[in-house]
Design a protein around this ligand. Structure first.
Ligand SMILES: *Cc1c(COP(=O)(O)O)cnc(C)c1O
Length: 438
């Protein structure tokens, strides 16, 4: 398997380099050179295949021998060890629950697979691989859980003190083992600046094998295509499938496009956003206008310049801007909703179907409903990207009642927090890294 950067098509690197580097030196995004269709017999027999087998076949097909089959089997077994069930709402609407992993959000799929690949590519190295992450909340939790006890890896998470939710903090600070949380007396931007500086510091990079768990690492994208196949297999035979994806950085939707390229018969994609609607606006007008993000109820989608938009454009690449736009909007339609509408959507899903959806899923539900009104006869799948209990106060306020909290989340509240306090000062951070890991 070879990969190129969206900024320099025609120059290639291998999977190991793409995974360990995360970002190409030219600041583009890595893309697979070829996205081969799955063998016909696999596509025909999806229904007979367990989720892990589907994941194995998809990866094997994309990696084209980059990892030998027996090793890949083991990686998949470790990475894909929780289900993605499809729940039916009514005759033409379904919810794909992607929150059955350790951090209760779909990012668990990407984080676990990335951890396995990084561990695999670091095997045989004398030094452990140190993953540095700055988090404003959710990503850190998924990365921590994903790398937890993964051989040869160590994770250092920087988070801004007092600026992540109590639950998110517990997800970062209660695991122990190879996961260390640094509680920084500063903002998320301070944390991010400290991490960036560490990668540029020659003394640090000379003594510690540093890498990042960047959200645009190709190893996070690949596993997100698995559950599109898994969802399709659970739909009635011969369904005209429409996937509706609540989106922020558009990694999840891009993974759906990969699945489609690999032969999954998807009729159409719906891109659902909150008022941070740069991509729906682009699909409507052909103009891409990034702008600062605004805070909403579905805050994991508060993104003003979606990082994977470059990959989406690359997949529909054409010599003419206008043809790229036309091709993209033939397969994806965008819809955007504000917080009032999101709350009403959450209420509607509960009243009509007795289903508790989270604010991100509620945005998706609204978009699917609007799309199906204009395009009847399809089977629509909303990707439910997180468990509603992760957004407990907002969900309970919208529904006017208490909701059930899964045990694994409730249990966190009683675990003792362990974090190293640090000022927002790069030199102190560097000293800590050298003393603890160097
Ligand atoms: C990250 C996240 C999203 C947005 O996913 P993208 O791949 O960035 O579009 C949506 N919902 C939840 C709950 C998330 O954590």
């Amino acid at each position: 398997m070879r990969l190129y950067s969206t900024k320099s098509r025609g120059q290639y690197t291998d999977l190991k380099e793409a995974v360990l580097r995360g970002l190409p030196p030219d600041n583009g995004l890595y893309m697979p050179e070829r996205i081969p269709a799955l063998p016909e017999h696999i596509l025909r027999n999806l229904r007979q295949l367990p989720f892990a087998d589907i994941a194995f076949e998809v990866t094997r097909n994309l990696l084209q021998g980059a990892i030998p089959d027996p090793d890949l089997r083991k990686i998949i077994e470790e990475a894909v060890n929780f289900p993605a069930p499809l729940v039916q709402l009514d005759e033409d609407k379904y919810v794909l629950e992607l929150f059955h992993g350790p951090s209760l959000a779909f990012k668990d799929f990407g984080a676990r697979f990335m951890a396995q690949l990084m561990s695999y590519f670091n095997r045989g190295e004398a030094q452990e691989l140190v993953i540095l992450v700055a988090t404003s909340g959710d990503t850190g939790g998924a990365v921590a859980a994903g790398f937890y006890q993964t051989p040869g890896t160590r994770v250092v998470i920087l988070y801004p003190s007092g600026k992540v939710s109590a639950l998110q903090e517990k997800q970062l600070t209660t695991l122990g083992h190879n996961i260390t949380a640094l509680e920084v007396d500063g903002t998320f931007d301070d944390c991010q600046a400290m991490v960036k500086k560490a990668f540029l510091d020659e003394e640090l990079t000379g003594r510690i094998r540093l890498t990042s768990a960047n959200s645009i690492n190709i190893s996070r994208l690949i596993p997100q295509s698995f559950y599109y196949f898994e969802a399709y297999k659970q739909l009635p035979k011969g369904s005209d499938a429409v996937f509706c994806v609540p989106s922020g950085n558009f990694g999840n939707l891009t993974a759906g496009l990969l699945a489609q390229r690999m032969g999954l018969p998807v009729r159409h994609f719906v891109a659902a956003t909150n008022i941070n609607d740069v991509v729906p606006a682009y699909l409507e007008t052909g103009e891409y206008r990034p702008r600062p993000s605004r805070r909403t109820l579905s805050n994991a989608m508060d993104v003003g310049n979606p990082s994977n938009f470059a990959r989406m454009k690359d997949l529909y690449h054409d010599l003419e801007e206008r043809s790229t736009w036309n091709k993209m909007r033939a397969s994806i339609t965008g819809y955007a909703y504000d917080d009032e509408q999101t709350k009403a959507g959450l209420q509607e899903v509960y009243e009509r179907y007795g289903y508790v959806i989270d604010p991100h899923g509620a945005v998706g539900y609204l978009a699917l409903k609007e799309h199906q009104l204009a395009n009847p006869g399809t089977k629509g799948v909303v990707l439910e990207t997180a468990h509603p209990a992760k957004f407990l106060p907002d969900v309970e306020a919208a529904l006017g009642q208490q909701i059930e909290v899964p045990q694994r989340l409730a249990r966190l509240a009683d675990q003792p927090k362990e974090a190293v306090g640090l000022p927002a000062d790069f030199n102190r951070f560097k000293d800590w890294l050298l003393a603890s890991l160097g």
